[in-house]
Design a protein. Sequence first.
Length: 312
Amino acid sequence: MATLYSENPDNFDELEPHLITEFETCKSEIESAALVIFYDTCAVQHHSALPPQYQLKIYDYLKSKNAVVTVVKCVLMELAGDRHHLHSQVIQYLKAMAENGIRIILFNESYVFGFLTDVYQSAATANEKLRYAVRNFNKATTTIRETVNNNAELKVLVSDDEIPTDKDLCESFFSLVRSNKQHKDNLGEQLIGICIYILLHLPAEPTHKFTIFTDDKGAARIISSSTRSIPADVSDKRAGIFSSAKLFQNMYDENFLANEAELKEVIEKIFPSNISVLALMEKSDLTTSEYTFTAEELAHLITLKNTIRIAF
C-alpha cells in the first residue's frame, strides 16, 4: 500500500519545541502523572475549534488531574493529513496547552516495548503482549490486518508460531503500519488502543490512568471491548474513555464550566445540530442507552443533578 501521509509535517518545527519526544523523559512523565490522556485526531480537532476561553478551562481541568497529554505519531500524521501540513488552529491549541503547564508527549507507539522490557526484562514477554493486542485489533482495521498478513516477520503476531525472544517486533510493526496508513481507516484510534492495551499490563499503574479522548463511537467501542478482554489474572485494569460530552459534564460537575449557558456553548460549537450520547437517564438504570439531544437540551439535563450520567 502506498502511503498518503507523512510522519514529518512540513510545519512541525512550529510545534516540536512544545513536545516531549525523548523516550526516557516520556517514560518518567507518564510514570509520575496521575492521568495519561491519549488524544485522538477528532478530539484534538474538536477542542482546538473551541473559543480560547473554553480551551483554557480544559487546560485547567487537566492540570487539576495532574494529567499529561499524549499524541501518538499516527495521530500527528492524521492531523497533518495528505497535505502533510498541521492546521494553525491545532498548533495553537497544543502550543497554548504546553504554555499553560501541561506536559505534552509525542509518543512513538513503539515506546511500549521499552515500558514492558523495563518491567519484565524480556523481549519475548513484550512481543507476546503486542501479539495479544494485535489479535484484538487486526480484525477491526484493514490497514493493520493487511500489514501483518503481508509481512513474513510480523505474521507471527497473528499465528501460533513461537514468538521471537531476541528482537523488538514493536518497532517494525508500528513503523510499517504507519507507513501503510490510508484515508478513513481509523488507524490513529486503533494504535492508541493497542498502546493502551499493552500499558494496562504494567503492574504498578492504577485503573483508568490511561484514558483516551475521542468522539468516535466505533473506536471507543473497540477499545472498550478489547481492554475488557484482558484476563483478570493478568490485569483487572480498564481504559478510561472520554467523549467531549462526558468531559464537559465532568467539567461542569467540578465547576470548570460555570453554568448552563457555558455548557450549551461548548457542546453547540462541536455539535451544531444534534448530539448522540450513551448515558444512564434514571437512577435505576443498569445499562446505558443511546439518546439524541440538541445542545440546549443536553446542557439543561446536565445541570439537573442526578438526571443524566454520560458514559460516552
